[in-house]
Design a protein around this ligand. Structure first.
Ligand code: BGC
Length: 268
């Protein structure tokens, strides 16, 4: 039986109906958390994940909300508190890419990525922090007053040609995360980022779906495999649990070594 490190805690995972969010929601549920599976499109996929989490003996509900819309985010938190009583863990995961060369990037492409990836994290974190401060520490569940995990990327440090909107959003998440950690540390709210490299999900299908693409991707990954959502789920459980109680304000890279710049093994 899986270790129930998050027994009884309430977690909201945004963008939880596919990809990394799905993997994280399932891992948190398996660790004993009751999970809000947030989605915008495809409720059927969200409901499958809800059922899977329930099969572990945890509770779960699917809530539709666009994280870039203030009223929808406030509504999602109100519904969560009504159903589960409070929130202990927020995983700010929802994100997307709209790739284009900078000189061809439309304002709509720029704005959508900033709205979902960055403003969405601000809106959800704000509501989570309000609830953490209202409730205070619940020692029967955690020694911390609340935990926020921001889904960043290796691209909070590696510039990415053709993806200026995305890389900018992730650079912004780094400062948002660190500032929140600084601002609320005294209240025992922990805030950290997970920075995934290439993880096999729908966001980056072109990077792994043909043998040529996969081989070329491996030139960037010393550990020589693509990541899977479960890799990220395990780290999220650790960061949400009291095992990581002394970690706050940290960006944790989980990338098979992408950020050690493999090209320099033979060059430079
Ligand atoms: C992006 C993926 C990319 C990975 C490594 C992620 O943040 O969403 O598309 O494969 O970074 O470059």
């Amino acid at each position: 039986m899986a270790d129930k490190k998050l027994a009884g805690q309430i977690a909201i995972v945004t963008g939880a109906n596919s990809g990394i969010g799905e993997g994280v929601a399932i891992s948190l549920g398996e660790a004993g958390a009751n999970v809000v599976v947030n989605y915008v499109v495809n409720p059927d996929a969200a409901n499958v994940i809800v059922d899977k989490i329930k099969s572990f003996g945890s509770n779960a509900i699917a809530i539709k909300a666009d994280v870039s819309k203030e009223d929808q985010v406030m509504n999602m938190f109100a519904q969560t508190i009504q159903q589960f009583g409070t929130v202990d863990i927020l995983v700010n995961n929802a994100g997307l890419q709209r790739d284009a060369k900078l000189h061809e990037m439309t304002l709509a492409q720029w704005q959508l990525v900033i709205d979902i990836n960055l403003t969405g994290q601000f809106l959800c974190a704000r509501e989570a922090i309000k609830e953490f401060l209202r409730r205070g520490i619940a020692p029967e569940r955690s020694v911390a007053c609340g935990k926020i995990i921001c889904m960043s990327s290796v691209h909070e440090m590696i510039p990415w040609a053709g993806h200026a909107n995305y890389a900018t959003s992730k650079g912004g998440i780094k400062m948002l995360m660190q500032t929140m950690a600084q601002e609320y540390g005294r209240q025992k709210i922990r805030v950290n980022s997970i920075c995934p490299g290439a993880i096999k999900t729908p966001i980056n299908t072109t990077a792994w779906s043909t043998p040529e693409a996969y081989n070329s991707l491996m030139n960037l990954i010393p550990y020589n495999r693509i990541g899977v959502p479960e890799d990220i789920g395990k780290l999220a459980v650790f960061l949400a649990s009291d095992d990581s109680d002394y970690i706050t304000g940290a960006s944790i890279f989980i990338d098979g070594g992408m950020t050690v710049f493999e090209g320099f093994a033979t060059g430079g």
